[in-house]
Design a protein around this ligand. Sequence first.
Ligand code: PLP
Length: 400
Amino acid sequence: MSDLVARINPPVRTLMGPGPSDIHPNVLAAMAKPTVGHLDPYYLKVMDELQGMLRQLFRTENAMTFAVSGTGSAGMEATVVNLVEPGDNVVVCVNGVFGKRLADVATRAGGNVTVVEKPWGEVFTADDLKETIAATKPKLVAIVMAETSTGAWQPIEEISELVHNAGAMLLVDAVTSLGGVAVEVDKWNIDAIYSGSQKCLSCPPGLAPVSFSAKAMETIMNRKTPVQSWYLDVSLLANYWGENRVYHHTAPINMSYGLHEAVRLILEEGLDNCFARHLKNHQALAAGLSAIGIEYTAAEGHRLPMLNAVKVPEGIEDTVIRKGLLNQFGIEIGGGLGAFAGKVWRIGLMGYAARQNNVLLFLAALEQLLAAQGYQFDRGASIEDANQVYLAYSHAKTLG
Ligand SMILES: *Cc1c(COP(=O)(O)O)cnc(C)c1O
C-alpha cells in the first residue's frame, strides 16, 4: 500500500494566464455528470444544441460548425489540412508565436507557404499584404486574430476584403478572441475559423470549436487528394456531426457537457454583455498597471482586453514575481514566449477570470511582490486607479 499515490486533489488557483482560464463551477459540475454513449439519443441532442450555440457564438449560419476533439492546435490543424493540398499557395501572417505555428502546420500539409512578417506586438493592415497576395495568388490566407504571445488585436474585415477580391479564402485563428471580443464569421466573410475551449470560453482544454463556410466545404469536397489526416478529415467528420451520425471516433462526451454549459453561460449573459465585461475589467487592470509604471507591449489601439501583455519592469526578475504570485497567492499569470521570454508578463482576463475580484487581488499581490523587490512606485496607486474605473462604470449605470 505504501507506494499507492494519493487521490487527485489539485490546489485551487486563480487562472490569470494565457489559458487555461478560471472555470465556472457550473462547467465543472456539468463535466461530472454521468457519461452516456456517444450515439445515445441524449448525447446526439447535446451535439445538436452545441452546434446551434457555437453558430451563435461565431455569428454564422455555417452548417459545418462543430467542436473538434482536441485542443486549439487541433482546430488549427483541422482547418489547415482540410483546405491545403500539396503545392497550394498559402500566405501566412506572422507577428507572434501562433502565426509561426500556422506557417509550420501549412508547410507540413504540403502548402507552398509565403510568410509575411511584422514585428511582435504590431498588427497587419491590408496594405502590408497587398503585394504578396498579388504576387503569389494564394488559395488561402491565414491570420491570427488575437495573438496570445503579444496581446495584439488584429482587425479582420479590411484584410478579408483584400483576400476575397484576390479570389482567395480566409482562415482565422480565433482561439483567444472567441468569447472575449466580437468574432463575426458571416459578416467578415471568414472561410475557416477555429478556437479552443480553455481561453475565453472558460472550459477545460480539450475541444476546438471550428466553422467552415459553404465555399470552404465545396473546396474540401472537391479535393484532388485525400486529407492527410484521417482523424481531422472534415468530409468524414461531417457524417458524424451531420444527420447521418456515422461513427467516426468516440467523442469526448463529458468534455462536450462542459463546453455545452460554458457556451450556454455566455449566451445567457449575452454576447455583447460578455464582451463589455471583458473590456471593463481590462480597462481597470490597464489603469492599475499604468499607475505603477508598467507598460503594454502591443501597439496602442490594438490591445486585447483578455490578454494583457506587459513589460517586466527594469531591474525586476520575471520568475521571482511569477513564483511569488503562484506560491503566496495562488495566482497564475503567463511569462513571455519566444522573443518575449523573460521580458513580458501575460495577464489573462479570459471568460470567468474577467472579474473585478481577480483584477483587484492581482494588483494588490503584484504591488506587495514588487515592493519586496525594491521597485519604486506610488504604493496603492494601482488599486486606486482600478477602482476609479469600476466606480465610473457603476456611476454611469446609476445615471442610466
Ligand atoms: C492557445 C492558442 C493556440 C493553441 O491552442 P492549444 O489549445 O494550446 O492547442 C493557438 N492559437 C492561439 C492564438 C492561442 O492563443
